[in-house]
Write a protein that binds this ligand. Structure first.
Ligand code: FAD
Length: 392
């Protein structure tokens, strides 16, 4: 057991393992690292999707690509050709296996599983001390990827809750050429509800019931929507459930609290890893892992997630405020966004690589009144506060 290392990474999930993999690729020249993960084993607990916008993030782990995505309401469907930036999927089990293998082969990196932090780290002289279920460990630096916020009403502008099942049908029920990104149900009780369908073959798909709402929701809260969605898609065809997944992602968290000590940083979903407007985090975490590993390899302190530019922060904040205040118009707003003449505009916007012209095109694609109305209704102060760093 390494008890005194250069770096302790708290949490071996997506962020912790992504960084450890980058450091593993440095071989002998990597700093010494221990990753502390409370789970005893990894399961295929999530499915990461993102647009392949050319950054090449872990592209060797991609197991499926789609050249089109669609957005639909009961009245209208918009299909977007994304063949130049396909929508792509990495199953969690593929990622975890690759990470465990890379770390296992690295001389200076240890992944300890089934070990949990039992109190907050403290600094003693130049070293950080941690108390875990297995004893005490110390390190010069800590990268903390544990969730730092609880999913509770008003902790984020909206919560994206979803519950899904991967199913195998006895007959063809799905179109594997296109992902159904959002198939909206009528908005009820202020909840924006839609189905997300990742069709892997004509008989196999991951179907998820998703809700954007001020309150986070459990799988039980989403069960009726999920069952109704699966019934509609399978239309009486027999199917078996292969696996289930559930998630609650923040959309518009307050800006992460930055540490006063450069040797302790937070990273991951609740520390700037999630894009406010979408809740997606996988690609941002990969970019952060690249940058952070490079800084550490250069002998610099670790990095936290880079802040979005002021105009992206402002656009995301305003978009989420409108969705929260006027959920009934959400399906039309998303249809308008995805009806844009140039599909790459919205894809770049969702994938954190929007140019100023993309932002202008997005603004022009959306109806102005709901957004203008949201600013004067006592929110201007918060809007400018968001530009300065607080998102709510
Ligand atoms: C089901 C699901 C599907 C998703 N799909 C997508 C998607 O398609 N695209 C996308 O971009 N994003 C997606 N996300 C969002 C995001 O990419 C993931 O949540 C991602 O796993 C976040 O990485 P993370 O490292 O911040 O958190 P995690 O991966 O959850 O890692 C945190 C780790 O910390 C460990 N931990 C917690 N407390 C302790 C402790 N006290 N001691 C030791 N270890 C501890 C946990 O066990 C966990 O392994 C999805 C999320 C979920 C849940």
């Amino acid at each position: 057991m390494l008890t005194n290392t250069d770096i302790i990474i708290l949490g071996g999930g997506c962020a912790g393992l992504s960084l450890a993999m980058r450091l593993a690729s440095l071989g002998e020249s990597s700093p010494s690292v221990v990753v502390i993960e409370s789970r005893t084993n990894y399961t295929n607990d999530r499915t990461w999707c993102f647009w392949g916008t050319g950054t090449g993030q872990l592209s060797h782990l991609v197991r499926h690509r789609w050249a089109a995505v669609s957005i639909a309401t009961e009245e209208r469907r918009v299909t977007l050709d994304c063949s130049s930036t396909p929508y792509q999927m990495i199953p969690a089990e593929t990622f975890y296996t690759a990470a465990v293998e890379a770390i296992g082969a690295a001389p200076n990196i240890e992944l300890v599983m089934g070990e949990s932090l039992t109190s907050e780290p403290w600094k003693d002289g130049k070293l950080w001390q941690t108390r875990t279920t297995a004893g005490q460990r110390s390190a010069k630096m800590i990268i903390d990827t544990r969730p730092s916020r609880r999913p509770e009403r008003d902790e984020a502008i909206l919560w994206q809750s979803f519950s899904g099942q991967e199913i195998e049908c006895d007959a063809a029920c799905f179109n594997p050429d296109a992902v159904t990104l959002m198939e909206f149900s009528p908005v009820k009780n202020g909840r924006i509800t839609f189905l997300y369908v990742l069709a892997i073959t004509p008989t196999r798909a991951l179907v998820e019931a998703t809700v954007f709402a001020p309150d986070p929701l459990s799988p039980q809260d989403l069960a009726a929507e999920l069952n109704a969605g699966i019934d509609k898609l399978t239309n009486g065809v027999n199917f078996s459930i292969i696996r289930s997944e559930h998630g609650i992602l923040p959309m518009g968290l307050a800006a992460p609290i930055s540490s006063l000590d450069a040797t302790y940083v937070r990273a991951g979903l609740t520390a700037g890893g999630a894009r406010p407007a979408s809740g997606y985090a996988f690609q941002r975490i990969q970019l952060w892992a690249d940058d952070c590993a490079k800084a550490l390899a250069d002998g610099k302190p670790p990095l936290s997630h880079a802040r979005d530019s002021w105009h992206i922060r402002a656009m995301d904040w305003l978009f989420l405020r409108v969705l929260r205040a006027r959920p009934e118009i959400a399906p039309d707003l998303f249809l308008a966004l995805f009806s844009s003449k140039n599909p790459n505009t919205v894809i770049r916007f969702m994938s954190d690589c929007a140019k100023l012209t993309d932002c202008a095109a997005i603004i022009l694609a959306l109806p102005p009144w709901p957004f203008l109305r949201e600013i004067p209704s006592g929110l201007a102060t918060r809007f400018f506060a968001a530009l300065g760093g607080r998102s709510r």
